[in-house]
Design a protein around this ligand. Structure first.
Ligand code: HEC
Ligand code: HEC
Ligand code: HEC
Ligand code: HEC
Length: 118
C-alpha cells in the first residue's frame, strides 16, 4: 500500500513533464485551507478589500462567484484567471488579443470591481 502512495507524486511529476493534464493544470496552488468554509466567507476576513469590491461590483450583484474565475481552489486554481473564462457569458465582448498589445480582459478591467482601471 505504502509503495503505491509513494508512486503517486512520481507519476504526477512524470505526467506533468509530458504535458498531460493533471487536475490543477494551471500549476497555481491555493494555500492549504479549510474548503468547507466558502471562498467568500473566509476571504471577507483574509482579504476584506477583495470581498468588498466583488460584493459591490456587478458580479457580486448577479452572483458570479469566486470559483468561476479562480476555480475551486483544490482541483483547479488560477491566481490570474484567463480571459477565455469570460466568453461563455460575454461573447459579444470578444477581443482579438493576438492582434494587440493587450493580454487580457483584466488589462482594462479590475477583476473584482470590474471597473475600467484608473
Ligand atoms: C473572467 C471573465 C469575465 C470578465 C472580464 C467579466 N465577466 Fe461578467 N457579468 C455577468 C453578468 C450576468 C453581468 C451583469 C450583466 C451584464 O453586464 O451583462 C456581468 C457584468 C460584467 C461587467 C460589467 C460590470 C459593470 O459594472 O457594468 C464586466 C466588465 C464583466 N462582467 C467582466 C456574468 C458573467 C459570467 C457568467 C457566469 C461569467 C463567466 C463572467 N461574467 C465572466 C467575466
Ligand atoms: C478558510 C480560508 C480560505 C478559504 C475557504 C479560501 N481561501 Fe483563498 N486564500 C486564503 C488565504 C489565507 C490566502 C492568502 C492571502 C494572502 O496572501 O494575503 C488566500 C489566497 C487566495 C488567492 C490569492 C492567491 C495568490 O497567490 O495571490 C486567491 C485568488 C484565492 N485565495 C481564491 C480563493 C477561492 C476562489 C476560494 C474558494 C474556492 C478560496 N480562496 C477559499 C484563505 C482562504
Ligand atoms: C471576473 C473574475 C473574478 C472573480 C469572479 C473573482 N476574481 Fe479574484 N481576481 C481576479 C483577477 C483578474 C485578479 C488579479 C490577478 C492577477 O494579479 O493577475 C484577482 C485576484 C485575486 C486575489 C489576489 C489579491 C488581489 O487583490 O489581487 C484574491 C485574494 C482574490 N482574487 C480572491 C477572490 C475572491 C475571494 C473572489 C470572490 C469573492 C474573487 N476573487 C472573484 C478575477 C476574479
Ligand atoms: C482596452 C481595454 C478593454 C479591454 C481589453 C476589455 N474591456 Fe471591457 N470595457 C472597457 C471599457 C472602457 C468599458 C466601458 C467603461 C466601463 O463601463 O468601465 C468596457 C465595458 C465592458 C462591459 C460592459 C459594462 C457595461 O457598462 O455594460 C463588459 C461586460 C465588458 N467590458 C467585458 C469585457 C470582457 C469579457 C473583456 C475580455 C474579453 C473585456 N471587456 C476587455 C475596456 C476594455
Amino acid at each position: 500500500m505504502l509503495k503505491w502512495i509513494l508512486w503517486i507524486p512520481a507519476l504526477l511529476v512524470v505526467s506533468t513533464m509530458m504535458g498531460l493534464p493533471v487536475g490543477a493544470n494551471s500549476g497555481d496552488e491555493h494555500p492549504d485551507e479549510d474548503f468547507s468554509v466558502s471562498c467568500r466567507e473566509c476571504h471577507s476576513v483574509e482579504t476584506p478589500e477583495v470581498a468588498k469590491a466583488w460584493t459591490e461590483g456587478m458580479h457580486g450583484l448577479v452572483n458570479v462567484g469566486c470559483f468561476i474565475c479562480h476555480g475551486d481552489g483544490q482541483e483547479e486554481f488560477f491566481v490570474s484567471p484567463p480571459s477565455d473564462l469570460c466568453m461563455g457569458c460575454h461573447s459579444s465582448y470578444e477581443v482579438k488579443f493576438e492582434k494587440s498589445d493587450i493580454s487580457s480582459c483584466f488589462t482594462c478591467h479590475n477583476g473584482h470591481s470590474l471597473k475600467f482601471h484608473e
